[in-house]
Design a protein around this ligand. Structure first.
Ligand code: KG4
Ligand code: ZN
Length: 364
């Protein structure tokens, strides 16, 4: 069956046609994947402006879906089901995709499958590499989320760690903004960090061991040993503030003049080292505590070159295979929503016509 997938949770309007292969080990095949990015619109404002994002989705959605069908060599009647990101994300943006998906499905008399955005990121790994050796420890690291999941069997996602404040991608975006590097921050910091010294500035690593006052139950306490259950959470807001202080001090000592390129590159490299080390340390520790047979890293930040290289090196040392999607499937796209959609469809999940967007949809 061919499934049409729609993703509009943030600032990318995306559509894809994903087909089943009939091979249980490598279940899906991408026939087309089209992404219309709104980055150029939001860059001017230093971040995503929700109202502008929804309006642009409305403009782009029909053309993006037509392009996805065309490049798959498919027509509307070749599509057997529509999958759509129901949440989490910006509600106005999500609504455009959900309304479009329901309308398309209604007109074609086919079912709609609601998909959680993070299930999409997790399934981008299966889409690219086939079913991972299970149980798998999967880190989803993006602009909106930094969450660690245990995947004990295909399609089951159990949250075992999450950020208590900023997501890692958000930290990249905020640090880039305060360094005057523009939006989005991840790719530019990644590039500049390659020319910098990562040991010049000592930024703090936050290691949480205490309960979250807003949500005292330890994340993953049902699967992790009690002694370590609180150690899988992340926090990046202190790191961001430390970078801000350093930049303010150094700028003041230069009477307000901007920092030399070399300093900026060293700050990027030093910041990135802390983020990557923190993400990987916790993921590999959790994998060990849980007896995981593989590690997956997905989401926009998994495009990061140092994260990829260091994850691969740690995996070799630990004797654990590490899976990362190709760059086109790391950042937001609809092919991953198609993969998660086909998985859900085959487990019998379809939406009713009153399906609505949910900005804070929980995964499990
Ligand atoms: O998954 P994604 O496209 O959207 C969300 O679901 O949030 O992730 C976007 C995030 C942004 O914060 C962006 O700065 C970050 O991914 N990102 C990167 C890189 N490429 C994108 N972060 C670090 N290094 C990169 N190369
Ligand atoms: Zn995403």
């Amino acid at each position: 069956m061919n499934l049409l997938a729609i993703e509009t949770s943030c600032d990318e309007t995306a559509a894809a046609v994903v087909a089943e292969t009939g091979d249980a080990a490598r279940p899906w095949h991408i026939r087309s994947s089209v992404v219309a990015s709104q980055t150029a619109i939001h860059r001017e404002w230093g971040g995503v402006v929700p109202e502008l994002a929804s309006r642009q989705h409305v403009r782009d959605i029909c053309g993006v879906v037509e392009a996805a069908l065309d490049s798959a060599g498919a027509t509307r009647s070749d599509v057997g089901a529509v999958a759509v990101t129901q949440g989490p994300g910006l509600v106005g943006s999500l609504l455009v995709g959900v309304a479009f998906a329901k309308t398309f499905a209604w007109a074609q008399r086919i079912p709609v499958v609601p998909v959680h955005h993070l299930a999409g990121h997790i399934e981008s790994l299966t889409l690219a590499h086939g079913e991972l050796p299970m149980p798998a420890a999967v880190l989803v690291v993006s602009g909106g989320h930094t969450s660690l999941y245990l995947v004990p069997e295909p399609g089951v996602y159990r949250l075992i760690g999450r950020t208590r404040d900023d997501a890692a991608g958000e930290a990249y975006d905020k640090v880039a903004k305060l360094l005057g590097l523009g939006y989005p921050g991840g790719p530019v910091i990644d590039r500049l960090a390659r020319q910098g010294r990562d040991d010049r500035f000592r930024f703090p690593t936050t290691r949480l061991t205490h309960a979250d006052r807003n949500d005292p139950r330890a994340t993953g306490s049902d699967v992790l040993p009690a002694a370590v259950a609180r150690r899988t959470d992340f926090s990046f807001s202190g790191l961001k503030t430390a970078v801000l202080r350093l930049v303010q001090e150094r700028t003041a000592s230069r009477s307000g003049e901007t920092l030399p390129t070399e300093d900026v590159a060293d700050i990027c490299a030093s910041f990135q080292r802390v983020v990557v080390d923190t993400l990987l340390e916790r993921t590999f520790e959790a994998a060990q505590w849980l007896g995981a047979r593989s590690i997956g890293i997905a989401g926009g930040v998994s495009a990061n070159s140092r994260l990829r290289a260091d994850a691969e090196a740690r995996g070799k040392r630990a004797g654990l295979p590490v899976f990362v999607p190709p760059i086109a499937l790391s950042t937001d796209n609809a092919a991953m929503i198609g993969a998660a959609g086909l998985r859900r469809y085959r487990s019998g999940i379809v939406a009713s016509w009153d399906l609505n967007a949910e900005a804070s949809l929980p995964l499990s």
